[in-house]
Each structure stands twice: as structure tokens, then as C-alpha cells.
Write a protein that binds this ligand. Structure first.
Ligand SMILES: Cc1ncc(COP(=O)(O)O)c(C=O)c1O
Length: 396
């Protein structure tokens, strides 16, 4: 029966936990550790022979309920929650990679993920190759005998670059089926895109964004096959990062995720309206939004994204960076802030903020130009957002 549930139902009805009092809303289990009935049970629990909770870094009832829900929404076997998206991504890399291994990553990704790959992993003797996954033949050429994983975002932060998931899967698995394909699905969310159903091995998320949706908690997720999730819990989370999600945050995300489908529907509708407005504005040079028919990744986005194209867009004004900064300083309703996927609209300048971890030449080679402005379109009235952008554009 449960398998019949559609996404809009699963966001709140799937994988419900049970507590002693049949509470409808999941209780917050704040206990750091859990009593054993005997020394024997304690030892058996550490050997993985019981279902007992031991210590919240190893598992927590509130967090477990959230993990099951995320796995269900992403169509994965299992999931593990982290204290941040970066905690989740680090744990995946630390679990999969060792000194002498090789990873291939797309060069247009979130700034801190770029820094982790470019500076963090290389420091540990892991070889990292950045390529443009959309360049004909580049991925096949980059794969090597010691390649253990490939990593990409689609849509990518901050240019909304779309990568054809099916092509990546085919190329990589033909070369070596053991190479793990990791997709950051933060921008699309499982409402629009479920990479595991397309052959991706591991999905990562900054749950701080749409999954929570209210900007009041930082968290991350890893979704994948049970054997990898177990390894990720025991190595990446328990022993290496320790980046455990607190039960209070888990509760907030369980609450926020109930409205994921309805929020994403509105985010996407609003982003489409704002993108169309900007596209035809005489002061706008270019708009990056996968929903626009003229956008380079539009056809692939149509193939692999469902129900719309998400709530993020970027644009460049005529006159570039100077005009862009003036626009940011002129909006009244839209907040000047990083992060994304919150109910409120947020505007930022990637080159000096979220992607300042790239050197100028790395950034330009990744298509992140100086004048690029990123807008996370919220769920306010679309007309009010357009009016705000319009008055700001008049000032420049
Ligand atoms: C695509 C993407 N992945 C990962 C992260 C990192 O997530 P967090 O800030 O929750 O650590 C971000 C943050 O902005 C992001 O945009």
C-alpha cells in the first residue's frame, strides 16, 4: 500500500516513527546516550547485533525518522543525516577515497565543495581532476584506473548548468562499474529530480536549503545503497567527521519537509515568472534558468527534471559587475543574503561571496563571471518580486 503513495503524500506520511504515546508529531529525543538492560546487551549493540540506540552520534530516534523519509523521497535504500551539507559531502569523500585514489569533478560547483576537493582532498594525497562534464568526450578522457568516484551538481551552483545524468552514468559505468557516481541534488530536490532512479549511486544534499525550507537549521544528507550508508555512518560520520545532526534540527527538518512539494511548486512557478521578466528587460544581458527555452541545458532539464525547473536563477546585467552590485544594493523586498531555498527571496554575488573560494582564473574557467548575480526566488507573490526587481533596475 505504502508504495502507492505519491510524492505529495510521502513528504508527510511515509516512514513514520512510533513512540510510547502514539504522538502524531515526532518527539524530539535529546538523550545523548541510551541505557542498556545489561552489559551483555551493550556489547551486543556495539557489535551491531541489536536494534538498540547507543549514543546519538551513532543514531537517534528523531534523526532516524528523518533519514528514512529522505531515503524514501529520493528513492534510495537508505540515508544518513549530517550537521551540514559540507559534513555530508566530506563524509562521502572520506568514506570512499584514500591516498592515491582519483576523483573527477565538474568544475562548476558550490564554492566550499570546490575548496574541499581542490585543497582538502589534495592535501591527503587524493588526485582531483576538474573538467566540464558537458564538453564532448571530457569525462571519458578523465577517467583512470585509480578513479574511485565522480562528482557533479545539476543544476549547478551558481550558473544552473545542467548535466545529462543518463550520459554520465553510461560513460562512467561502461568504463568501470565500481566507480561511484555522486550527484549533489540540492538545487533540484527530489521533487524535481531523483538521480538514483537514473543510475546515480550516491545523492548528497545541503538540507539547509529546500529540504528544511525555512532557513532555521543547517543540515546535510547522503542517500544511497544500504551497504554504503552503513559505511558512511560508521566511517564518514562516526569516526572521521563527527558531523552529527542534532535531534532539535532533525525535528525542524521533519516539520519543514511536510511542505516540500507545495513550496517547490511555488518556487518554480515564481522563478519562471521572474526569469521571463528579466529575460526581456533591456538592462539585462543574460538570464540563466533551466526553464527558459533558450537556456543551453533546457532540453536535458526537460528530460530529467519533473514538475518544473526549481527556484534558483542567475543573471548578468548590461554593464556587468558594477551594475549588478548597484542592483543588489537597490532591492527592498528581496534579502541580500547567501544560502538559498528559503521561503524568502535571497540575492547574492557569487564571485565575492559563495564562490570566493575559487581564484579569479578558476572561477572564470568555470563560467562564473564577475557580473553574475544569483537569486533564490522565494514563495512570496511573484508580482511583488518583479516589482522590487523592476524598481531596482530603474535605479541603475
Ligand atoms: C549545492 C550545494 N551543495 C552543498 C552546500 C553546502 O551545504 P551546507 O551549507 O549545508 O554545508 C551548499 C551550500 O550552499 C550548496 O549550495
Amino acid at each position: 500500500m505504502k508504495d502507492c503513495y505519491k510524492f505529495n503524500t510521502k513528504v508527510m506520511h511515509d516512514c513514520k516513527g512510533k513512540d510510547a504515546f502514539n504522538a502524531l508529531v515526532p518527539p524530539i529525543y535529546t538523550s545523548a546516550s541510551y541505557r542498556f538492560n545489561s552489559a551483555e546487551e551493550g556489547g551486543a549493540s556495539f557489535r551491531g547485533e541489536t536494534n538498540c540506540f547507543i549514543y546519538t552520534r551513532l543514531g537517534n530516534p528523531t534523526t532516524n525518522q528523518l533519514e528514512k523519509r529522505i531515503a524514501s523521497l529520493e528513492e534510495g535504500e537508505g540515508a544518513v543525516a549530517f550537521a551540514s551539507g559540507m559534513g555530508a559531502i566530506s563524509a562521502v569523500f572520506y568514506t570512499l577515497l584514500a591516498n592515491g585514489d582519483h576523483i573527477v569533478a565538474d568544475k562548476t560547483i558550490y564554492g566550499c565543495t570546490f575548496a574541499l576537493l581542490n585543497h582538502g582532498l589534495t592535501k591527503l594525497g587524493i588526485e582531483v581532476t576538474f573538467i566540464d562534464f558537458n564538453e564532448e568526450g571530457a569525462l571519458k578522457k578523465a577517467l583512470k584506473k585509480n578513479t574511485k568516484a565522480v562528482f557533479f551538481e545539476t543544476p549547478a551552483n551558481p550558473t544552473l548548468k545542467i548535466i545529462d545524468i543518463e550520459t554520465v552514468v553510461k560513460t562512467v559505468k561502461q568504463f568501470n562499474p565500481d566507480i561511484q557516481i555522486i550527484c549533489d541534488n540540492t538545487f533540484a530536490t527530489p521533487y524535481h529530480q531523483q538521480p538514483i532512479t537514473m543510475g546515480v549511486d550516491i545523492v548528497v544534499h545541503s538540507g539547509t536549503k529546500y529540504l528544511n525550507g525555512h532557513g532555521d537549521a543547517i543540515c546535510g544528507f547522503v542517500v544511497g545503497r544500504n551497504n554504503f550508508i552503513d559505511q558512511c555512518k560508521m566511517v564518514g560520520l562516526k569516526d572521521m567527521t563527527g558531523a552529527v545532526l542534532g535531534p532539535m534540527e532533525a525535528y525542524l527538518i521533519l516539520r519543514g519537509i511536510k511542505t516540500l512539494a507545495i513550496r517547490m511548486e511555488r518556487h518554480s512557478q515564481n522563478a519562471m515568472e521572474v526569469a521571463k521578466f528579466l529575460q526581456f528587460h533591456p538592462k539585462v544581458e543574460r538570464v540563466y534558468y533551466p526553464g527558459l527555452p533558450g537556456f543551453s541545458g533546457h532540453e536535458i532539464a526537460k528530460k530529467q527534471m519533473k514538475n518544473g525547473f526549481g527556484g534558483i536563477l542567475s543573471f548578468v546585467l548590461k554593464g556587468g559587475i558594477d551594475q549588478g552590485i548597484k542592483l543588489i544594493d537597490s532591492v527592498k523586498l528581496i534579502n541580500v543574503a547567501v544560502s538559498l531555498g528559503e521561503c524568502e527571496s535571497l540575492i547574492e554575488h557569487p564571485a565575492s561571496m559563495t564562490h570566493s573560494t575559487y581564484t579569479e582564473s578558476e572561477r572564470l574557467a568555470s563560467g562564473i563571471e564577475d557580473g553574475l548575480i544569483r537569486l533564490s526566488v522565494g514563495i512570496e507573490d511573484a508580482g511583488d518580486l518583479i516589482a522590487d526587481l523592476s524598481q531596482a533596475l530603474e535605479k541603475i
